[in-house]
Design a protein around this ligand. Structure first.
Ligand code: SF4
Ligand code: SF4
Length: 158
Protein backbone atom coordinates (compact mmCIF):
# COMPACT_ATOMS: atom_id res chain seq x y z
CA UNK A 1 0.00 0.00 0.00
CA UNK A 2 2.84 2.35 0.94
CA UNK A 3 4.64 1.65 -2.35
CA UNK A 4 1.49 2.58 -4.34
CA UNK A 5 1.15 5.82 -2.36
CA UNK A 6 4.82 6.70 -2.96
CA UNK A 7 4.41 6.04 -6.69
CA UNK A 8 1.32 8.24 -6.86
CA UNK A 9 3.18 11.04 -5.07
CA UNK A 10 6.08 10.68 -7.52
CA UNK A 11 3.69 10.77 -10.48
CA UNK A 12 2.00 13.91 -9.13
CA UNK A 13 5.35 15.64 -8.70
CA UNK A 14 6.31 14.63 -12.26
CA UNK A 15 3.07 16.06 -13.66
CA UNK A 16 3.61 19.36 -11.80
CA UNK A 17 7.12 19.59 -13.28
CA UNK A 18 5.86 18.73 -16.78
CA UNK A 19 3.13 21.38 -16.51
CA UNK A 20 5.78 24.07 -15.95
CA UNK A 21 7.90 22.70 -18.82
CA UNK A 22 4.94 22.67 -21.22
CA UNK A 23 3.85 26.20 -20.21
CA UNK A 24 7.35 27.56 -20.91
CA UNK A 25 7.57 25.61 -24.17
CA UNK A 26 4.64 27.55 -25.62
CA UNK A 27 5.32 30.97 -24.01
CA UNK A 28 7.23 33.67 -25.97
CA UNK A 29 11.02 33.22 -25.91
CA UNK A 30 13.00 35.51 -23.63
CA UNK A 31 16.41 34.64 -25.05
CA UNK A 32 17.87 35.19 -28.52
CA UNK A 33 20.01 32.94 -30.66
CA UNK A 34 23.20 35.05 -30.59
CA UNK A 35 24.97 35.93 -32.91
CA UNK A 36 22.20 35.34 -35.47
CA UNK A 37 19.95 37.68 -33.49
CA UNK A 38 20.66 40.44 -31.01
CA UNK A 39 18.56 41.80 -28.15
CA UNK A 40 16.44 44.73 -29.33
CA UNK A 41 16.98 48.06 -27.61
CA UNK A 42 13.36 48.23 -26.39
CA UNK A 43 13.89 44.97 -24.45
CA UNK A 44 16.79 46.47 -22.50
CA UNK A 45 14.77 49.04 -20.58
CA UNK A 46 15.79 47.72 -17.13
CA UNK A 47 19.08 46.13 -18.14
CA UNK A 48 22.10 47.06 -16.03
CA UNK A 49 25.14 47.24 -18.27
CA UNK A 50 28.40 48.95 -17.27
CA UNK A 51 27.96 52.53 -16.08
CA UNK A 52 28.03 55.50 -18.40
CA UNK A 53 27.87 59.24 -17.91
CA UNK A 54 24.62 60.88 -18.95
CA UNK A 55 24.61 63.99 -21.14
CA UNK A 56 24.20 67.54 -19.94
CA UNK A 57 20.86 69.22 -20.70
CA UNK A 58 22.45 72.31 -22.29
CA UNK A 59 25.56 70.72 -23.78
CA UNK A 60 25.09 67.08 -24.78
CA UNK A 61 28.85 66.55 -24.91
CA UNK A 62 29.35 67.66 -21.33
CA UNK A 63 28.64 65.60 -18.24
CA UNK A 64 26.40 67.03 -15.50
CA UNK A 65 28.90 65.57 -12.99
CA UNK A 66 30.12 68.14 -10.47
CA UNK A 67 32.87 65.95 -8.95
CA UNK A 68 31.16 65.84 -5.55
CA UNK A 69 32.59 62.33 -4.83
CA UNK A 70 29.30 61.03 -3.38
CA UNK A 71 29.25 58.10 -5.81
CA UNK A 72 32.88 57.29 -4.96
CA UNK A 73 32.02 57.12 -1.25
CA UNK A 74 28.83 55.11 -1.86
CA UNK A 75 30.53 52.46 -3.99
CA UNK A 76 31.10 49.21 -2.03
CA UNK A 77 33.56 47.92 -4.63
CA UNK A 78 35.85 50.96 -4.68
CA UNK A 79 35.42 51.04 -8.45
CA UNK A 80 35.25 54.77 -9.09
CA UNK A 81 37.89 57.49 -9.45
CA UNK A 82 36.69 61.04 -10.03
CA UNK A 83 39.19 63.89 -10.16
CA UNK A 84 37.91 67.46 -10.27
CA UNK A 85 39.35 69.74 -12.94
CA UNK A 86 41.29 72.85 -11.93
CA UNK A 87 39.04 75.15 -13.98
CA UNK A 88 35.66 74.31 -12.47
CA UNK A 89 33.45 71.69 -10.90
CA UNK A 90 33.46 69.30 -13.84
CA UNK A 91 35.75 66.28 -13.63
CA UNK A 92 39.00 66.01 -15.54
CA UNK A 93 39.23 62.26 -14.88
CA UNK A 94 36.39 59.78 -14.51
CA UNK A 95 37.51 56.16 -14.27
CA UNK A 96 35.30 53.15 -13.62
CA UNK A 97 36.72 49.69 -12.87
CA UNK A 98 34.01 47.42 -14.17
CA UNK A 99 35.89 44.32 -12.97
CA UNK A 100 34.98 45.18 -9.36
CA UNK A 101 31.46 46.48 -10.01
CA UNK A 102 28.54 44.40 -8.72
CA UNK A 103 26.01 46.67 -10.50
CA UNK A 104 24.34 47.44 -7.16
CA UNK A 105 23.27 50.90 -8.31
CA UNK A 106 24.37 52.76 -5.14
CA UNK A 107 26.32 55.28 -7.25
CA UNK A 108 23.40 55.92 -9.62
CA UNK A 109 20.99 56.37 -6.70
CA UNK A 110 23.39 58.66 -4.82
CA UNK A 111 24.36 61.02 -7.61
CA UNK A 112 22.63 64.38 -6.99
CA UNK A 113 22.89 65.54 -10.61
CA UNK A 114 21.74 62.37 -12.41
CA UNK A 115 25.13 62.08 -14.08
CA UNK A 116 25.26 58.29 -13.97
CA UNK A 117 23.17 55.61 -15.67
CA UNK A 118 23.52 51.95 -16.50
CA UNK A 119 24.35 51.49 -20.14
CA UNK A 120 22.70 49.00 -22.48
CA UNK A 121 26.03 47.48 -23.50
CA UNK A 122 25.18 43.79 -23.69
CA UNK A 123 27.99 42.48 -25.83
CA UNK A 124 31.04 43.91 -24.09
CA UNK A 125 34.05 41.61 -24.40
CA UNK A 126 37.63 42.21 -23.30
CA UNK A 127 40.79 40.13 -23.35
CA UNK A 128 42.46 41.65 -20.32
CA UNK A 129 41.32 42.92 -16.94
CA UNK A 130 42.95 46.30 -17.62
CA UNK A 131 40.51 46.86 -20.49
CA UNK A 132 37.69 46.77 -17.94
CA UNK A 133 38.89 50.05 -16.45
CA UNK A 134 36.70 52.41 -18.44
CA UNK A 135 37.35 56.09 -19.05
CA UNK A 136 33.80 57.41 -18.90
CA UNK A 137 34.69 60.93 -20.13
CA UNK A 138 36.26 59.43 -23.26
CA UNK A 139 33.24 57.16 -23.68
CA UNK A 140 30.87 60.16 -23.40
CA UNK A 141 32.90 62.04 -26.04
CA UNK A 142 32.79 59.08 -28.40
CA UNK A 143 29.05 58.58 -27.93
CA UNK A 144 28.42 62.28 -28.58
CA UNK A 145 30.54 62.22 -31.75
CA UNK A 146 28.64 59.15 -32.97
CA UNK A 147 25.35 60.91 -32.05
CA UNK A 148 24.27 57.80 -30.16
CA UNK A 149 20.80 57.87 -28.66
CA UNK A 150 20.86 58.69 -24.94
CA UNK A 151 20.32 55.75 -22.61
CA UNK A 152 16.76 55.45 -21.37
CA UNK A 153 17.67 52.83 -18.76
CA UNK A 154 17.69 53.06 -14.97
CA UNK A 155 18.67 56.55 -13.93
CA UNK A 156 18.91 58.64 -10.83
CA UNK A 157 15.52 59.49 -9.30
CA UNK A 158 15.95 63.26 -9.91
S1 SF4 B 1 27.00 49.96 -9.37
FE1 SF4 B 1 27.64 49.64 -7.20
S2 SF4 B 1 29.59 48.55 -7.33
FE2 SF4 B 1 29.18 49.38 -9.39
S3 SF4 B 1 30.26 51.34 -9.43
FE3 SF4 B 1 28.16 51.76 -8.75
S4 SF4 B 1 28.22 51.68 -6.51
FE4 SF4 B 1 30.09 50.71 -7.28
S1 SF4 C 1 27.87 61.58 -7.42
FE1 SF4 C 1 27.38 62.32 -9.47
S2 SF4 C 1 28.03 64.46 -9.49
FE2 SF4 C 1 29.03 63.48 -7.73
S3 SF4 C 1 31.02 62.78 -8.51
FE3 SF4 C 1 29.61 61.08 -8.74
S4 SF4 C 1 28.81 61.27 -10.85
FE4 SF4 C 1 29.74 63.24 -10.29
Amino acid sequence: MRAIWDNLKGLYSLLVGMKITILFLFSPRKTVHYPRKVVERENLENYRGPLELTRGKEDAGKTPCVSCQLCVKACPGNCLTVVKSKEGKNPQTWLYDFSYCCLCGACVETCPTGALAFSHRVYMVTKTREELVLDLLKDLKERTEKKEEPNKGLKNKS
